[in-house]
Each structure stands twice: as structure tokens, then as C-alpha cells.
Design a protein around this ligand. Structure first.
Ligand SMILES: Cc1ncc(COP(=O)(O)O)c(C=O)c1O
Length: 405
């Protein structure tokens, strides 16, 4: 009998199994609408030219194999914090900010969750319904047992269910942890308006809730970092204490370098040494220190004016393509007069597009037409391009005609 005998089998995550099924599908015109990375018009993942330039420049810098500190590369976390908060940030001026480099966004979330449940006595966490599924896994793995959802998507209107969301937050017990995506919500693409954020903030403050902000698609809505980050800066301006998890995976196209930033915004600077002490222990116990390569690239780009400008141009390019494909997708569906309403496609933000298709319709697209998409109806909008969009829309049209909502 093997020592591994008791290890149980389980189901792989939807998106992983879909990508495997797609790879194994011999059908010539198959389409994968659920890649994790941004795709170009040619269907390729994009190495940002500015990243290549930074890598070349870094080749001429002295090399080191010395271990980074547990908190990562100082040049990176300082530059990234300044970028995200803005150089004139009041919180920075008041020294109420702790930032550290993490193993990408997932690890920022994990560190936040560990601190919250193991050192701050938090018991309940809330995620949106639907959520980026990893939120649940990360928080449970850190030790949270009480997991709840706040309403987010209204399947009838195919918009944000703001009233439901607010009501659920109002009913959350004080001290609950609320995972929020400030922009480009994954999976729904629905974001609250500025006015709605003001109301959400009122509730967070009055109910004494603890926000964990998860940002994964900086600059990929408007092409401008400052614009997209408005909700975060707003929450901070209202003097909320919060955890802010950032991944630079998408906005720098550094999918395998695991560049993330965890920022804690606190009320008084005195708590920062204690936070650092506890985070240090978590990191030492898990991975000792984060990797250098990706952080060096990001730091170099952010601190070199010409490269910084080129990176901002890349964000514009990506956000433009996202908008363009949303418009084309909606227009094509309306041209076919596909049953249903499609304006939500262009009202949503970011790479995640929640089509509103039912699980049965999605299964039909996969099984009959070799079009791979998540059963929730979520697609990565950049997986659409001028070569596949007609086929995809034609198949959606046939599917919704055959299988009603
Ligand atoms: C909502 C959301 N949060 C966090 C992440 C973090 O991912 P990573 O750990 O790959 O940086 C992602 C990536 O897809 C995401 O969509």
C-alpha cells in the first residue's frame, strides 16, 4: 500500500480543464475563449515591446544572486506604490502605507487572508456572487471557515445588482472581511459607478467592515492607470483601513514572473512594524523571498521616463483592443438578431466578458461547435479576433435559437 493512498482525487478547475480539452481537440476551427492571458489580434499572447527593451537594458547592469529581502525589491515596491497611490498621496505623506513585493496577486491575497484570520481574529469573509473562484480557495486555505457571498450580478438585467450588493453588505456582521474588485470585475466585467462607490464606502465605514481590494487589470479599461484606480484612491481618501492586492501579471504581460504588490493602508503608522513582523513570518514560512527578474523589469520601466511612456502606450493599445472587440462582438450579435439583449457586452469593463449565456448553451457551444468558454458564460474578450468572431457569433446565434434561456 502506497503512503499516498489516502490522497483523494477531485475535479480540476473549470478553466484549467477547458484549456486542456481545447488543446486536445483536433477540430480545425476550434476557438478558445478562456485563455488567462491577453491575446493580440493574431491570437497570440503579447510580449510587451517595452518589457523586451527593459530586459535588454538590464543585461548591462551588474548582476547579483544575493537573496532579496522577504519584502522584495525596494526599488520595485517603492516605484509601484507611488504609481498606484499617486506621488501626492496623503496616506503616503502621513506614512500610513506598508507595501511589499509578493508572488503576484494570488499571494497578496493569501498573505492578507493569513494576517486577517490568524493574527487579527477575523472569522467571516465575503466574496461577490459570482466571484473569481480563486478568492474562495485562497481565503479558505488561509484558515477562514465562514464564507459568504454578497449579490453582484443580476442575471435578468445582465448588470450589477447594486441594491442586492448594498443590502448584503449592510447585513454583514461588523469585522467581516469584504473582498472587492475595484475595477474590471472578474468574471462579470460590471463595476460600480463613482456614486455607487460612495455608498459602498459609507456602508464599509458604518458597518466596520474590512475591505480587501483585489486589482488585476490596471489601466486596461481606460488605458489610464489613474482613471481606472479611481475607486481605490477614493476609498483611501475616505480613510478606510484596508488591504490592497495588486498583480502586474496582466498590465505588463508578465504572466510567468509573478510580480505582485501588497499594500496595507492603516490609520496610524505605529501598527506598521507589527504588521511587518507578522508578514515576515508568513513569508519566511512559505517562500523566504520573492523572485527578482519580473520586479526588476517593472521597477526599471516605472523609473525610466521614456519606457514609462511606452508602457502607458501599451496600456492604451490593450484597452483599445478590448473596447474594439466588445463593440464588434455586440454589433455582430445584434446584426444576427440573436435572441436576447446584448448591450451589456459594451457596458462591461476589462478583459472578462460575462455573456449571459446559460450553462446549457455554453455546453452546446463546446460540444457541438468546439468553442471553449466557461460554463458561467464568461469569456476573455481578447480571445475574439477578426478571424474567429463571425464563426463564434454564428454559433451563439444557432445555440440561443435552439436552447432558450
Ligand atoms: C480577479 C483576479 N484577482 C487576482 C488575480 C491574480 O492572479 P495572479 O496571481 O496570476 O497574479 C487574477 C488573475 O487572473 C484575477 O483575475
Amino acid at each position: 500500500m502506497s503512503v499516498f493512498e489516502n490522497v483523494k482525487e477531485g475535479k480540476t478547475v473549470d478553466i484549467q480543464s477547458l484549456n486542456i480539452a481545447y488543446d486536445e481537440d483536433p477540430f480545425e476551427n476550434k476557438v478558445n475563449l478562456c485563455t488567462r492571458s491577453y491575446r493580440t489580434e493574431r491570437g497570440e499572447s503579447w510580449v510587451l515591446p517595452v518589457v523586451r527593451q527593459a530586459e535588454k537594458a538590464l543585461l548591462n547592469e551588474p548582476e547579483t544572486v544575493e537573496c532579496l529581502s522577504v519584502f522584495g525589491l525596494e526599488k520595485f515596491y517603492n516605484a509601484a506604490t507611488k504609481l498606484l497611490l499617486g506621488g501626492d498621496s496623503q496616506a503616503l505623506y502621513e506614512k500610513r502605507v506598508l507595501s511589499l513585493q509578493t508572488l503576484s496577486g494570488s499571494c497578496s491575497l493569501r498573505l492578507s487572508a493569513e494576517l486577517l484570520v490568524q493574527k487579527m481574529g477575523c472569522k467571516i469573509f465575503y466574496v461577490s456572487s459570482p466571484a473569481w473562484e480563486n478568492h474562495i480557495l485562497v481565503f479558505k486555505s488561509a484558515g477562514f471557515e465562514d464564507f459568504r457571498r454578497y449579490r453582484y450580478w443580476n442575471a435578468n438585467t445582465r448588470r450589477l445588482n447594486f441594491e442586492g450588493m448594498l443590502e448584503d453588505l449592510e447585513n454583514a456582521p461588523a469585522g467581516s472581511v469584504i473582498v472587492l474588485q475595484p475595477f474590471a470585475h472578474n468574471p462579470t466585467g460590471c463595476d460600480p459607478t463613482h456614486e455607487q462607490w460612495a455608498k459602498i464606502t459609507d456602508v464599509l465605514l458604518s458597518r466596520k467592515l474590512i475591505p480587501v481590494l483585489d486589482c488585476a487589470y490596471h489601466g486596461m479599461i481606460s488605458g489610464e492607470i489613474e482613471k481606472d484606480l479611481w475607486p481605490v484612491r477614493y476609498l483611501i481618501s475616505r480613510r478606510l483601513e484596508l488591504f490592497w492586492c495588486n498583480t502586474f501579471t496582466k498590465c505588463f504581460g508578465l504572466y510567468n514572473e509573478r510580480v505582485g504588490l501588497l499594500t496595507c493602508i492603516v490609520k496610524t503608522p505605529e501598527v506598521i512594524p507589527r504588521l511587518k513582523f507578522q508578514l515576515n513570518l508568513f513569508i519566511r514560512a512559505a517562500y523566504s523571498n520573492p523572485p527578482l527578474h519580473g520586479a526588476r523589469i517593472v521597477a526599471h520601466i516605472l523609473t525610466t521616463p521614456q519606457l514609462f511612456q511606452e508602457w502607458k502606450d501599451c496600456l492604451k493599445k490593450m484597452s483599445f483592443r478590448i473596447l474594439e472587440m466588445r463593440t464588434n462582438f455586440r454589433n455582430a450579435l445584434e446584426r444576427y438578431e440573436s435572441p436576447g439583449k446584448w448591450e451589456h457586452i459594451t457596458l462591461q469593463n476589462g478583459m472578462s466578458c460575462y455573456t449571459g449565456l446559460t450553462e446549457q448553451q455554453c455546453m452546446n457551444l463546446i460540444c457541438q461547435y468546439h468553442i471553449y468558454l466557461q460554463k458561467s458564460g464568461r469569456i476573455n474578450i481578447t480571445c475574439l479576433n477578426f478571424s474567429n468572431i463571425e464563426y463564434v457569433v454564428k454559433c451563439i446565434n444557432e445555440t440561443v435559437a435552439k436552447i432558450p434561456y
